[in-house]
Design a protein around this ligand. Sequence first.
Ligand code: FAD
Length: 286
Amino acid sequence: MTSHVPRLTSHEIHFSFELFPPRTPAGAEKLPAIVAQLAAVQPAFFSVTYGAGGSDQQGTYETVMRVIDDTGIDAAPHLTCVGSTRANIAALLQKYRDSGIRRIVALRGDLPATAVSSEAPGEFRYANELVSFIRETHGQHFTLEVAAYPEMHPQAPNPDADFDNFRRKVAAGADGAVTQYFFAADAYFDFMERCSRAGIAIPVVPGIMPITNFAQLTRFSAACGADIPRWIRLRLEQYQDDKQALLDFGLDVVTRLSSTLLDNGAPGLHFYTLNQAEPTLRLWKN
Ligand code: FAD
């Protein structure tokens, strides 16, 4: 299957790099050098997760500001609304605006493990409500990215219902989307065909996860519903004790995936760097 994604010329392809706020003093010490290495290839923007793995809002804010100050490159905080109030979100948006932030990745976030109902606690239930709130309160000030799930969000009842949700986020005012990571390019092309049929024209940038650690990848994938195709899983299992073989194989697989996506019209790539420069830069160079 090939795409119906509008083709862009190569100079329009943009890359973005996702970071998380450092969780330890050692991580904080290393991050500026990692950011400098990544900034050298001039990404369109960095983004910084919020809440994932227990990071706090202040850590997200400080990391975003540090990246902007150190590199002069745009950086976007991820903003999750689950469990939050309108007043909290409004205060945070004002702080971001006052600090010169122009881009936000708007998300629902994950329900606490203790939640019993499928509905998120707090004043916002879903990301489309957050997008609407940001548009109502700040107009077009922020460029808003939302999440997209070519392989379906794990809590959605079915792919069509999940796609309807994506459509709602776009209707609410999202400027662009970044996908959950995946290893089957056809999942992305299928998603883009659905966008095309639904008249959705915002850029949907594939999220790219470098493969560097089998146990971690398996854990992440189980949590977020990303499929690791059997042939990849088997090879990674085989190389568990041979770090170099695993890195080489992972680089090959993800390079091929990235090339296929770009060759068939993906507007760019968003790399989940996991705060490591090398795996992402090797992919970027390839
Ligand atoms: P939503 O778009 O609100 O969707 C959540 C679920 O609700 C889906 O199953 C959807 O189908 C369903 N749904 C939506 N609307 C309705 C409705 N009206 N009725 C019924 N069902 C509905 N998490 C973090 O904690 N911090 C981060 O920094 C972070 N960054 C991320 C970045 C990217 C690019 C991606 C892809 C994910 C990220 N996540 C992050 C994970 C994300 O928070 C989770 O996947 C979360 O479970 C869903 O967030 P969402 O914004 O996609 O939610």
